[in-house]
Design a binder for this molecule. Structure first.
Ligand code: HPA
Length: 268
């Protein structure tokens, strides 16, 4: 798509080296510390054609960080379907990184847990997903990005999952796997919906990630997905859900994700 190519060209004017990894930082997530050197930064507003995030906790800043000889592209702030954007807008960052030649992406998000076995503050390694949104970014075919019909037997990259597990063990994080169920939101689920989703095999719910994942898989980009559990889903906990709760837990668990990310970028 011409627009995402123009966005990539704009970034190339500021940073022209090889980029080893891209990360999308979900609600309240903040992965970079001062061990990384910021070598390029631009507000989404200044990147040609970039859709603007309207949600609190999503800054809307693109940066490239360096650590040793590795470069990492960072999207701080994501575009959600529930903001009223098209699916193609939602996956714009993925199209952009495709034009930058990036082969690996880390998708992070805040998610609700549908089981007592996954608690707020846990970092969950995603192993599969259910697309409950009745929509898909591959509707309306653009051949330049890959095949129309995309295999999804292993949506998340097995090798990256293995690396993540090794790091979790080193850091003493409990290794927990998730089947992430994507709903459009922005309403949280009813308790009946939670019961239904559990019956279908999901253990996490959220309003993002799956569109970007699908887009990346069409392009042959490898994806690691990590959910930060911020709350129990409706009916699992006794308290009502609020966006401020999601942001607050995100802040508390930030340190953990930072520790993981430091190790992960060391072994890239
Ligand atoms: N449901 C949907 N999306 C979410 C949740 C939830 O419980 N928590 C964080 N994002």
């Amino acid at each position: 798509m011409k627009n995402s190519k123009e966005a990539a060209d704009f970034i190339r004017k500021g940073f022209d080296g090889k980029v080893d990894l891209a990360i999308i930082e979900g609600s309240g997530i903040d992965t970079f510390d001062d061990t990384y050197e910021k070598v390029f930064s631009a507000s989404y507003r200044d990147i040609p054609h970039f859709p603007l995030s309207t949600v609190e906790g999503h800054a809307g800043q693109f940066s490239v960080y360096k650590k040793g000889n590795k470069a990492i592209a960072d999207f701080k702030g994501r575009i959600h379907f529930y903001e009223g954007y098209s699916m193609w807008d939602v996956v714009f960052p993925i199209r952009l990184v495709y034009h930058l030649g990036i082969k690996n992406i880390l998708l992070t998000n805040a998610a609700g847990s549908l089981t007592k076995a996954i608690e707020p503050g846990d970092l969950i390694i995603l192993e599969d997903y259910i697309n409950f949104a009745q929509n898909n970014p591959l509707i309306g075919y653009e051949p330049e990005f890959g095949e129309r019909f995309v295999d999804m037997s292993d949506p998340f990259d097995k090798r990256m999952i293995k690396t993540a597990v090794t790091i979790y063990e080193k850091l003493n994080f409990p290794v927990k796997y998730g089947v992430y169920v994507f709903l459009t939101g922005p309403t949280y689920e009813t308790s009946s919906e939670v019961k239904m989703i559990r019956l279908l095999g999901g253990n996490l719910v959220g309003m993002s990630t799956v569109p970007e994942l699908i887009m990346a898989r069409q392009m042959g980009i490898n994806v690691l997905g990590i959910s930060l559990c911020t709350n129990f889903g409706t009916g699992i906990s006794d308290t009502p859900l609020s966006h401020s709760e999601v942001i607050e837990t995100g802040k508390r668990a930030k340190r953990k994700l930072k520790d993981f990310f430091r190790e992960f970028t060391d072994v890239l």
